[in-house]
Design a protein around this ligand. Structure first.
Ligand SMILES: Cc1cc2nc3c(=O)[nH]c(=O)nc-3n(C[C@H](O)[C@H](O)[C@H](O)COP(=O)(O)O)c2cc1C
Length: 187
């Protein structure tokens, strides 16, 4: 019996110490964090992984029901899938996972590649399919050079009831700079 109690006490102590270390670094452990991202070619996925590593948050891919092919992503072609979707503010590409259980999370990082200076429409599908009221939203993006500003402005305008924090472009961002940004958000 004593042995069992000792084992439990040791396990609890190890857990507390691990949590405290996270706290010292970022303070994130006080929150339940989700790192949700859409990435067509893997760049935003890498940034999302860094955020999850730093925060200890859960990584969640916002996956389309039908993956984007290279032809779908051809922005030179006005008829390509991405061009047609981005030309229509009401387009809502279907998700692989229609609804996600987000009830346990209070902070949601939401990441995407910039498409035509905006967030891809699948981000709208994700927001509209799920119950996100009361959560803090922190956008992040990667791009070929465009800033994140316009995409965040559009998201704020479309979903004014959500609690948006300042967004951040993470093109070639170092772990240190991501860490600083997360701390600066008071998280
Ligand atoms: C359809 C489409 C539109 C794009 N539009 C822009 C844009 O307006 N500005 C920009 O800087 N980059 C643009 N890009 C480049 C992507 O934002 C960039 O390559 C991004 O890092 C890709 O992320 P991913 O690998 O996670 O999909 C576009 C890419 C695609 C496929």
């Amino acid at each position: 019996m004593n042995k069992i109690l000792l084992t439990i006490a040791a396990a609890v102590a190890i857990c507390f110490s691990a949590c405290a270390q996270k706290n010292e670094k970022t303070g994130m452990k006080a929150h339940q964090t989700l790192v949700a991202y859409f990435s067509a070619t893997g760049t935003t996925a890498k940034a999302a992984q860094s955020i999850a590593d730093i925060t200890g948050g859960t990584l969640h891919e916002i996956a389309p029901q039908t993956a984007y092919t290279n032809a779908d992503l051809d922005w030179h072609n006005k008829q390509s899938r991405s061009s047609v979707e981005m030309g229509d503010t009401n387009a809502r590409p279907a998700l692989k996972e229609t609804k996600t259980d987000l009830s346990g999370y209070d902070v949601v990082f939401i990441g995407y590649p910039i498409w035509w200076d905006e967030a891809p429409r699948i981000i709208n599908t994700f927001i509209e399919n799920n119950d996100l009221k009361g959560k803090t939203f922190i956008p992040f993006a990667t791009s070929g050079g465009s800033s994140i500003t316009n995409s965040v402005k559009a998201l704020r305008q479309t979903y004014p009831d959500l609690n948006w924090k300042e967004g951040r472009l993470l093109n070639r961002a170092s772990t240190e700079s991501i860490q600083k940004w997360i701390s600066a958000n008071g998280l």
